[in-house]
Design a protein around this ligand. Sequence first.
Ligand code: SAH
Length: 345
Amino acid sequence: MKNFFDLSFEELEELLAGLDPRPFRTAQVLRWVYTLGADDFRNMTDMPVSMRESLAGLCDLMPLREIERSETRDQTVKFLHILEDGEMIESVLIPEDGHNTLCISTQSGCNMSCAFCETGRNPGGRNLTTGEILAQIVYAIRHSGDRLNVRNLVFMGMGEPLLNLESLQPALEVILSDRGLNFSPRRVTVSTCGWVPGIIRLATEGPDVNLAVSLNATDDKTRSKIMPVNRQYPIGSLMDAVGRFPLKARSRITFEYVLIEGVNDTQEDVLRLQKLLKGLPAKVNLIPCNENFSGFRAPSEEKARAFQDSLYDYGVLATMRKSRGQEIGAACGQLKAGSARKQHD
Ligand code: SAH
């Protein structure tokens, strides 16, 4: 059966036209699915029963199967889903100031091999389809009861989003469309390890969303060591591409910076970082490294604070990510990794 969320609006129109020629049917179905969160065609009470039955036989409104869920005391919820072919992906719902941020995956693994990242530990996996990307969002919305309970969408789950633009761009169209999920572009952030051709393509083709760049180091030697992508696209080429990314008034590029003790947490790093960002509308999101197989650790809290304060002294806006959901391993790829380990034990 076809994943409903893999259908473009036009394809849905065509499919519905085969069942009922009246054009309002598409808007009706889209409203049930994206605004009201319907998970069964049979409940779409303003449509003829025969049409509902036909649709139920044609496409699947629940293409993800949740196989594990964990929740922390601060109510961060992490879902592990299994896809049709057995691949596993995760999404994380993070409560923040009365709203939720949803972190979703674009690939079921990652080949970028960042040294600190759990997802990259075992290369492999595949690109998700547009429908698999969208289904994660719809799933989390159903879980939280209302579309408006999910305020921000960040593509910071498993995988490198810009290596899957084929699926990402059509997904973003539905995410931003008022016929679809109707998110404001200001509330949607695509995060990249620095895949330069993807940054350029997103900049020229759109759609218009926020960009976050996982910088994580301030010199090429260190960055190439912890993020192999840097050997292909060093910091200079990355900053060049980022500098040409179109930004709306008052918006900024986010630079994520995983703080790793003894690797990228010195005062020299602060100095180089502020030089790199000079003249760019930027903000830095400091993320104390989650401990995992890599052996990397976060610096002490005082040292991390001092790093943040020094950036401030240079006029660089820097926030520190609270390590939410650490007890359930809500860092990139950790739930899937944990589950795989359990299966092997
Ligand atoms: N591939 C994309 C999105 C997925 S990673 C990217 O690289 O941006 C999302 C974020 O999690 C990145 O900023 C990455 O640097 C960070 N991350 C990965 N492993 C981490 C760890 N062990 N501790 C803290 N942050 C981590």
